[in-house]
Design a protein around this ligand. Structure first.
Ligand code: LLP
Length: 439
């Protein structure tokens, strides 16, 4: 548990988030339920924006909305002065419907569809992040159609890959994303951009990984990126913007550091100072600096509340606690073997003296939320809160086994509101059709 002022255990021993007791939330909204702490999201957003302004000046903080895309989220981050990174027509449409301006969006993707590019260009999307050579003529022709000079960043692969607890420098060329600097692909794409009259080379983008705590990985990436900017400048090509992507880690289990909002400020400051010092040393023109945090903005703001159901104690081997959710609301164990911490929300002070595996209700053995979680002795009907589920849980949910995607509520000062309403069984069959020949 990485508790804070808006995520704590109250005097009755109940987990409280955003001023609302988990037991009350469950009474009002049922389980499974995604809960988001509005104050925490706003605090992290403010820390990122303030530090960027103070330490760098000309910078953008852009929410990687793949972490959590729903209309209220775009409204919230817009209020806090963040821009948004979108990776599909669907995310772009959701943002636009929430009143988010195209001028504040970055559009990414390794295979942007022509109709998605058209949605971007026709809505004045600020930057399209180009991933490869083949998309240049498509973006150019759509920009021509709308008489737009489309700003593009070129996504490069600087040869630095970072993961939670380590990073590697590698000239790996087998990434699905971006053009390798080392192999000369980046130069080729940048030179090609210049050939298109409706494309404007604006700068560079890289993203070195996700769930990163090792700041050195960023410093090495910054070194490589600024050296590349210098080489381009020597060829007369000016880079106006440097986007370093996202990747800032969060607390899931005891294996991760417990960052406070101030620690995130320090993290951003390290990156900003790193860029500043290297542009001074290398004497290059100061680019606008952009970062794209996703997980750090919403991950720890979210918890998921479940009801405990069947308990299967395989003597001396394993104890399963099955909950009323599963890989349809959180596929991260199935995908990445991810780990979570949890608590019995209605008895949050009870000593956590058991090790259990929290299992979902899907027909699949890999349908686990987390293995080896420390919990107090669970009884059927207990409310289990799984922490740090704000990022990449709702956004990767599905209707697998025709389970319903849980609703999302946003809580502030004890008041909870739906930001994503519950699904119904009727929603599940809404798009189903039985063709006449089957009738
Ligand atoms: N920018 C780009 C270009 C990205 O590809 C990503 C994440 C981000 C920013 C945001 O990274 P963050 O700050 O959230 O680490 N589904 C996986 C995470 C995939 C991240 C992909 N790209 C998970 O559940 O862990």
């Amino acid at each position: 548990m990485n508790l804070r002022d808006t995520l704590k255990i109250n005097s009755a021993g109940v987990l409280e988030i955003g001023g609302a007791a988990a037991t009350e939330l469950v009474k009002s909204f049922g389980t499974p339920l995604y809960v988001l702490d509005e104050d925490y999201i706003r605090k992290v957003c403010r820390a990122f924006v303030k530090t960027m302004n103070e330490e760098y000046g000309d910078g953008n903080v852009c929410f990687a909305s793949k972490a959590l895309s729903c209309m209220a989220m775009y409204k919230l981050i817009g209020d806090e002065g963040l821009k948004a990174d979108v990776v599909s027509g669907g995310e772009m449409y959701t943002a636009l419907r929430a009143g988010f301006k195209g001028a504040d969006m970055y559009f990414h993707g390794n295979n942007k569809l022509p109709k998605e590019i058209e949605l971007a260009v026709s809505n004045g999307v600020r930057i399209i992040v180009v991933d490869n050579l083949m998309e240049l003529p498509i973006i150019d022709s759509i920009a021509k159609k709308y008489s737009v000079l489309q700003k593009v960043l070129v996504r490069v692969n600087p040869g630095v890959e970072a993961h939670t607890h380590h990073f590697v420098q590698t000239a790996r060329a087998d990434s699905k994303f971006g053009c390798s600097i080392a192999l000369g692909e980046a130069d080729i794409v940048i030179d090609a951009v210049k050939e298109y009259s409706n494309l404007d080379y604006h700068g560079l983008h890289c993203h070195i990984g996700s769930q990163i705590f090792d700041k050195t990985a960023y410093i090495i990436a910054i070194d490589k990126m600024t050296s590349f900017i210098k080489a381009l400048e020597d060829r007369g090509i000016i880079t106006n913007e440097l986007n370093l992507g996202g990747g800032f880690g969060i607390y899931y289990t005891e294996e991760d550091p417990k960052y406070t909002v101030d620690d995130y400020s320090e993290y951003v400051a390290t990156v900003a100072r790193g860029v500043k010092s290297m542009i001074e040393t290398k004497q290059i023109r100061k680019p606008v600096l952009t970062i794209e945090p996703g997980r750090a903005i919403v991950g720890e703001a979210g918890i998921t509340l479940y009801s405990a159901g069947m308990i299967r104690d395989i003597k001396d081997i394993k104890k399963y606690v099955a909950i009323d959710g599963g890989m349809f609301d959180n596929p991260r164990y199935a995908l990445y073997n991810s780990k979570y911490s949890a608590v019995i929300a209605n008895r949050a002070n009870a000593p956590a003296d058991e090790i259990v595996t929290i299992a979902g209700k899907c027909c699949e053995s890999g349908d686990i939320i987390s293995k080896n979680v420390k919990l107090a002795k669970v009884e059927e009907g207990d409310i289990i809160a799984v922490f740090s589920t704000g990022a990449y849980n709702y956004s990767m949910s599905s209707n697998y086994n025709r389970n319903l995607v849980p609703p999302v509520v946003l809580v502030k000062d004890g008041k909870a509101d739906y930001i994503v309403r519950p699904q119904s069984y009727e929603d599940l069959v809404r798009h189903d059709v039985i063709p006449a020949r089957l009738k």
